[in-house]
Write a protein that binds this ligand. Structure first.
Ligand code: ZN
Length: 318
């Protein structure tokens, strides 16, 4: 079987086990954290990540894909420390998480130069370590596929072709970014089975979703708990409808939870929770509430196994 790099070393694909495809152990603005470290409580953030990792392990999760790329505060030593302390296997990415902005460094350089930087992380190691990235990350959101966003997608595609590693593309169904993202990646020559369109589950427009699935890509039903984009009941109904239509082999379940996230002050987070904009948005939500509800709704055990074990193994293993 294929070898897959984790932050604690290479794994045989058969060792991945139950895998959450999209969970963050810490997400924040790295330049802010670098410049104003006094605004962050390192010990508390580490403790939150360890607690999340243990919560996942308690539910039988063996592995997470940790898609924290550049501009989302990627810190590979942090993820490694959590993985070593808890035993949770973590798979790291390379790439840039941006909805448009790029540092001037990258504004003035080509897709190929960017692709070489990404390939370095896969072939040599991340941030001066020998910890290797196992997938690529890009994003498109409300501004759509802007020239900068397109540049990152093309760079991911070229790094993917060079290294054989798959791509996870954050998408925004409300802006219908998915089809254009797929188009760019396919145009570059990436095989559809190497592509995962994350956050597709933020819509229950089955026509939109099927249009993506018909291209052969994977989709992430991966934001369980973010009710403001789509409530859990409607996410579940969508998941069940897609299973019914035979797409189990192209679907992932996850929550896109962040053990910590610096985007909002505490009082805003409390307000969002009070207003129900997010609900149970944690790494354990899929196991505690989603899977039982899906089982009750008719999901077969084999379908769950396909989504949580076989699909991650196939997508990451190439
Ligand atoms: Zn994410």
């Amino acid at each position: 079987m294929a070898t897959i790099e984790s932050v604690t070393g290479p794994l045989d694909a058969s060792e991945l086990g139950t895998t959450l495809i999209h969970e963050h152990l810490r997400a924040r603005d790295e330049s802010n954290a670098e410049q104003f470290p006094h605004l962050y409580d390192d010990d508390a953030l580490y403790a939150a990540a360890v607690e999340a990792a243990r919560g996942a392990l308690d539910r039988g999760v063996k592995t997470i894909c940790e898609p924290t790329a550049m501009l989302l505060g990627r810190d590979i030593r942090f993820v490694e420390r959590v993985a070593r302390e808890t035993g949770l296997q973590a798979i790291a990415c390379t790439g840039i998480y941006t909805y448009d902005h790029l540092p001037l460094f990258w504004e003035s350089r080509s897709e190929d130069t960017m692709a070489a930087a990404f390939a370095h992380d896969i072939e040599r190691g991340i941030q001066g370590t020998d910890i290797k990235a196992a997938f690529l990350k890009c994003a498109a959101d409300e501004p759509g596929v802007t020239p900068n966003v397109e540049k990152v997608h093309r760079a991911c595609a070229r790094a993917s072709l060079r290294t054989g590693r798959p791509i996870m593309a954050h998408s925004r169904p409300a802006s219908e970014t998915g089809p254009r993202q797929v188009e760019i990646l396919l145009e570059e020559g990436v095989a559809p089975e190497q592509i995962q369109i994350a956050h597709t589950g933020d819509t229950d427009d089955l026509d939109y979703i099927e249009r993506l699935l018909e291209t052969g890509v994977y989709i992430g039903l991966d934001r369980y708990g973010i009710e403001m984009y789509l409530p859990t009941e409607r996410r579940n109904a969508t998941t069940l409808a897609l299973l019914e239509r035979g797409y189990a082999e192209r679907m992932f379940l996850s929550a896109d939870s962040c053990a910590s996230l610096d985007w909002f002050p505490d009082e805003t987070v409390e307000l969002l929770m009070r207003e129900g904009a997010v609900n149970d948005w944690t790494i354990t939500l899929v196991h505690d509430k989603v899977n039982p509800a899906l089982r009750e709704g008719g999901m077969a055990v084999e379908q769950l196994e396909t989504m949580m074990v076989a699909n991650p193994r196939r997508w990451l293993g190439g």
